[in-house]
Design a protein around this ligand. Structure first.
Ligand code: AMP
Ligand code: MN
Ligand code: MN
Ligand code: MN
Length: 280
């Protein structure tokens, strides 16, 4: 295992632990380098950085930006940027602003399918009113007994084609990368196996991502199996992208692993984190 985790969430977006507790959990597991990457939001970084310093964990600012690329939603992780950068902050505020209207539309659509009052319930799960996520809807629908767990609730209600899914325009790929780079950060394509994108389109995406200034790709992710790690390890090398690793931790029991440690990168991959560990 590698004591690096460059993708995890707190209550500032759709995680279940406050930023300091995420850091403490990672530190306790032996993490040496951590990024908190809440969705479209930088509000947890100061606390997380402070807590990390107390535990001797090297901390890197992070964010996970929601992006629309054609009909696909992509997630771009930004790492190592200046969190005071105005253009980045304004860009993220714009992305957050769309979430509320989308949540209303999701709730209306679920009501038409016979499930009323979901918005109120989902909001109770959202600590940060600016970030209402499908994860909050999922937790509420589980508590209403509509599915046995978050994973099955997504399948039944919250993915494209299901009543709780509403099309939404997120940031443009070009803008997300420009905001991150403009603030001195590195743009990383998050959990590439998660997208419903065939081989050909994946190559188009990686070519465009690279051309727009994207520099990294998550090879190791809490949502990747061993075959996916191998596949994206090869693609990282072929496209000259740095490899990243992140648990995508949200809550203990909801995903594959707790924050702080990840399986080693495949041989031949160049880690995105060398610059931060060597600076330590
Ligand atoms: P949103 O940005 O509001 O569309 O919500 C996306 C979030 O929902 C992701 O960051 C995950 O936390 C969660 N999510 C998406 N798909 C799934 C899934 N199939 N199973 C569990 N959680 C998911
Ligand atoms: Mn999430
Ligand atoms: Mn994501
Ligand atoms: Mn994530």
């Amino acid at each position: 295992m590698t004591p690096v985790d460059l993708h995890c969430h707190s209550t500032v977006s759709d995680g279940l632990l406050p930023p300091r507790e995420v850091v403490r959990l990672a530190a306790g597991r032996g993490c040496r380098l951590l990024a908190l990457t809440d969705h479209d939001e930088l509000g947890g970084l100061a606390d997380a950085a402070d807590e990390a310093a107390q535990h001797g964990v090297r901390f890197v600012n992070g964010v996970e930006v929601s992006v629309s690329w054609g009909k696909h939603t992509l997630h771009i992780v930004g790492l190592g940027f200046d969190a005071a950068n105005e253009t980045l902050r304004e860009g993220l505020a714009g992305v957050r602003a769309g979430r509320d209207a989308r949540a209303v539309a999701m709730s209306d659509s679920l009501a038409r399918a016979g499930i009323p009052d979901v918005l109120e319930g989902a909001r109770r799960h959202a600590d940060n009113p600016e970030i209402i996520s499908r994860a909050h809807f999922a937790r509420h629908l589980v508590e209403r007994g509509l599915a046995k767990d978050v994973k099955s609730v997504f399948k039944k209600y919250l993915v494209r084609g299901k009543p709780g899914f509403v099309e939404h325009e997120w940031a443009r790929l070009h803008d997300a990368i420009a905001w991150i780079r403009g603030a001195g950060g590195v743009a990383v394509l998050a959990h590439p196996a998660r997208y419903e994108i065939g081989n050909e389109t994946m190559r188009v995406l990686l070519t465009e991502f690279r051309r727009l200034g994207g520099e990294g790709i998550e090879v190791v992710s809490g949502v990747h199996g061993v075959h996916e790690v191998a596949r994206f390890g090869r693609l990282a090398q072929e496209f000259g992208l740095l490899a990243s690793s992140g648990t995508d931790y949200h809550a203990t029991g909801e995903g594959a692993r707790d924050p702080g440690l990840n399986p080693d990168l495949p041989l031949g991959c160049e880690p995105v984190w060398s610059r931060w560990l060597e600076a330590a």
